[in-house]
Design a protein around this ligand. Sequence first.
Ligand code: MIC
Ligand code: SF4
Length: 643
Amino acid sequence: MGLTIAQKIIRDHLVSGDMTVGSEVALRIDQTLTQDATGTMAYLEFETMGIDRVRTERSVAYIDHNTLQSGFENADDHRYIQSVAKKHGIYFSRPGNGICHQVHLERFGIPGKTLIGSDSHTPTGGGIGMLAMGAGGLDVAVAMGGGAYYITMPKMYKVNLTGKLRDFVTAKDVSLEILRILSVKGGVGAIIEWGGEGIKTLSVPERATITNMGTELGATTSIFPSDEITRDFLRAEGREADYRPLSSDPDAVYDRVIDINLSELEPLIACPHSPDNIVKVSSLKGTKVDQVCIGSCTNSSLLDMLKVAALLKGKTIKPSVSLSISPGSRQVLTMLADCGALSDILASGARVLECACGPCIGMGFSPNSGGVSLRTFNRNFEGRSGTADGQVYLVSPETAVAAALTGEITDPILLGEMPKIQFPDQFKVDDSAVLTPADPEEAKSLEVLRGPNIKKFPDSFPQEDTLTATLALKVGDNITTDHIMPAGAKILPYRSNIPHLSQFCFGVCDKTFPERAKALGRSIVVGGSNYGQGSSREHAALVPLYLGVRAVIAKSFARIHAANLINAGIMPLTFKNPEDYEKVAEGDTLSLSGVYAGMESGEITLKNETNGAIIPLTCSFTERQTAILKAGSLLSYTKQLGE
Ligand code: MIC
Ligand code: SF4
């Protein structure tokens, strides 16, 4: 039987396990990336492992999320990451050099290699045929130390593209179309391979937009073949030597095949507050727009920016609209400046922001109250923009420009003719903002610089055979990690200070949760389906742990969050019968007995001591995961292994 692209890469990196769907496989990881918002924690974890130098082929630390530096906290974290990177063999991409995924694609990604990153949009690397996955910081720390990365062997989906995108219909619309078809949980447990004749019409930046946003499907990752288009991109980056062709076998077997005809697509838009809330742009015609933001790891490539500049050239944005543009990398910004496109952008009235995540994670540029904001980003979760009642829509750069010019939601096709873009066949390569690590000898004497904002990890609690605790919070379906542990300019500086962060835990759902949970000492949280979707932030597990949460019971979980809960020693358990969700209420006393046997058999019984209901729960922990939960955390487990 033939293999898919992902199966081939998994086969080549298999450390243990068998490749049957649903069983656990351990993979050798070639490359890692971190960003600063998850990186401080990941490097603190790496340091506790006592390993001198990373054992990967390439590990890169990016500073791109927390670049506001509104106090000493971020500056200290940057300094810490810079010093720890230099000492332990990690490349350091300085603040201002760009968004991790964009820079990694440009400078470091290699077809056929494995990459894990402490950021959920790491699958961007699938645009050049990498097996690139988002992971919790601790998993990345373990991989940096040479340990394997464990995943559940995913199903394989194939999206067959035919036809060719019309002008003003873009790769972003392809991402929105697949979200319309599959929804935010439709990719859970699957790897999505993109193929068909239509992919030959898509450049690497367009492919990367698609793999980037595959994260919103809940997919383990998304991947394109590595072909002549990949070779052209690597050549333009001066890295042709990194090219290797990669394709699936003609007789590869897929669990699901989806067909999309690019020629038939129309501009699409994701409405508040979920990336799968999709309608046609034309159906919202005339909706007044207050703000437009162009950028993020989804749509900040040179190609995107050149199109935006060409559409803005000689025009002025509506006075009622505020437009921000964040190029994805210093390379993109420099090339925009060199060819004059930057002047066209500035002359239109746009505000050019730093090459960083910026507004995407609520680091500035929040909309006005109740404001309608059209963004080329990948997430529009409630409150994420920093404005609680902001109405965020997700669109392509073309649709974004159309709104900025007209002041309302407008089908970009109405802009007339698409200007011709002069796309260079050589990118301007300048790696001076990527600092190389010290050599092993010099590294020995280097000091790691820590600031006072770095606080100790929460204590871990080995799971016991019985657990009795109060249900402190019951939430609904599709709860994101932005609900559990919000980010934004006021909170993000405290990613290495769990006690401070804890005040904001579940703030979007219930502001009283932190105080109540603390008072209870130990508690349980109940959720609906797809609990923990979105970001890879392990803080969404570490902070509940700090507040005493010992188990989360839900209808289903998102992949990275479930792994983060286990790594933190919190049990993710699933209702065997989803309707039993109704049999528990906030404040009920819940008890689990025979936990150890249940971890092995896959069934644990819950008794609701308040109303007497007996509720069967399921779990599918591997031996390793059971051992982690019994040890209290992945860190304690790893330490025990070393003893
Ligand atoms: C996001 O887009 O939500 C983030 C911020 O990049 C996160 C990482 C984080 O919370 O630090 C992600 O996607 O993993
Ligand atoms: Fe940064 Fe936004 Fe991309 Fe997350 S989704 S890495 S915050 S640009």
